[in-house]
Design a protein around this ligand. Structure first.
Ligand code: DAH
Length: 325
């Protein structure tokens, strides 16, 4: 039996395909195999010998069957995973292969970075997960403040509402003031999150540009001049802006900025003179320094600029649509 087993292992290891495996199976498990021939002799043996030989033959049979099954499985696996030629050109995903194209929001962002840096602004990053203090409290929005309602949001932990996905990038104002001395001019781009139902003009997440300028003698005139310059650069030299009185807890006075683009007044965002308490929260002396701040949506600007009627189009994978811009 040992010799038979050796022979079997030897032959099976040489078998390369299903046919050759089948031949090995017939040879070692078929009608004329050592096992079958010896099985036939069992009835003629004494009970004791029959028991022993029967057991040995069965165990050998099992060994053969298992080894054959394993080999067949391995071959099938190998056939499934044919080697890949990683140097071959990829299959086009969409009709024919085409070069990439900047998304309208990215186009607007890229331009935003350019026009602000031309005016000497620095681009500053801020954490996407903000704490309640920076996002709300430091901006004069204590927990009971009704202005929080407009920025209803998700919380990281509902039972302890201390950390949240930022509702605006204005949360960076006090963070930055604490770490930097005036004068400074910054923009803070980034994604923000709100508990908002989606429609043509709203989304639960969108991009924002926050702006903050602090220095000695900074006035509303500077705010107006800066924003007009920016808007002209982004929407065209004939663009006009107007301010409408508004309210934000972190600016005084506060205003809504509209841009007149292609003959129509469109709401762009909010702005105002930084509230003295916000400066104090940032460790800046409001007697010596003043500042202005503003904020608007990246997609809002893209929508105005490209005449998009439904904000949601920007997040749909419709290449024909998105490539027009
Ligand atoms: N944080 C406001 C928002 O998300 C936008 C804004 C308004 C930012 C006025 C400002 C500001 O800095 O002065 O709706």
């Amino acid at each position: 039996m040992e010799n038979i087993l050796k022979d079997f292992n030897n032959q099976l290891s040489k078998a390369q395909n299903q046919n050759e495996i089948e031949k090995v199976r017939v040879q070692f498990l078929g009608k004329k195999s050592f096992i079958t021939e010896n099985m036939k002799t069992l009835p003629n043996l004494s009970a004791e010998k029959r028991g022993q030989l029967g057991k040995d033959l069965n165990s050998l049979k099992l060994t053969f069957q298992e080894a054959i099954n394993k080999k067949v499985d391995n071959l099938e696996m190998a056939a499934k995973f044919t080697p890949i030629d990683v140097s071959r050109p990829g299959k086009p995903l969409y009709k024919e292969s085409r070069t990439g194209h900047m998304h309208p929001s990215s186009l607007v962002l890229k331009e935003t970075y350019r026009v602000f840096t031309e005016l000497g602004f620095a681009i500053v990053d801020s954490p996407e997960i903000e704490d309640d203090w920076h996002n709300f409290e430091a901006l004069n929005m204590p927990e009971i403040h009704p202005a929080r309602e407009m920025q209803d949001t998700f919380y990281i932990d509902k039972s302890n509402k201390k950390l949240l996905p930022r509702t605006h990038t204005s949360g960076m104002q006090v963070r930055f003031m604490k770490q930097n001395n005036p004068p400074f001019k910054i923009i803070v781009p980034g994604k923000v999150f709100r508990n908002e139902n989606e429609d043509a003009t709203h989304s639960w997440t969108f991009g924002q540009i926050e702006g903050l300028v602090v220095g000695e003698g900074v006035s509303v005139t500077d705010l107006r001049g800066t924003l007009l310059e920016i808007v002209k650069k982004q929407l065209g030299p004939e663009t006009e802006i107007r301010f409408r009185a508004s309210y934000f807890p972190y600016t005084e006075p506060s205003m809504e900025i509209d841009a007149k683009f292609k003959g129509k007044w469109l709401e762009l965002g909010g702005a105002g003179m930084v509230h003295p308490q916000v400066l104090i929260n940032g460790g800046i002396d409001p007697e010596k320094y003043s500042g202005f701040a503003f904020g608007w949506g990246v997609e809002r600007l893209a929508v105005i600029k490209y005449g998009i009627t439904d904000l949601r189009e920007l997040w749909r994978p419709k290449f024909d649509y998105l490539e027009q811009f």
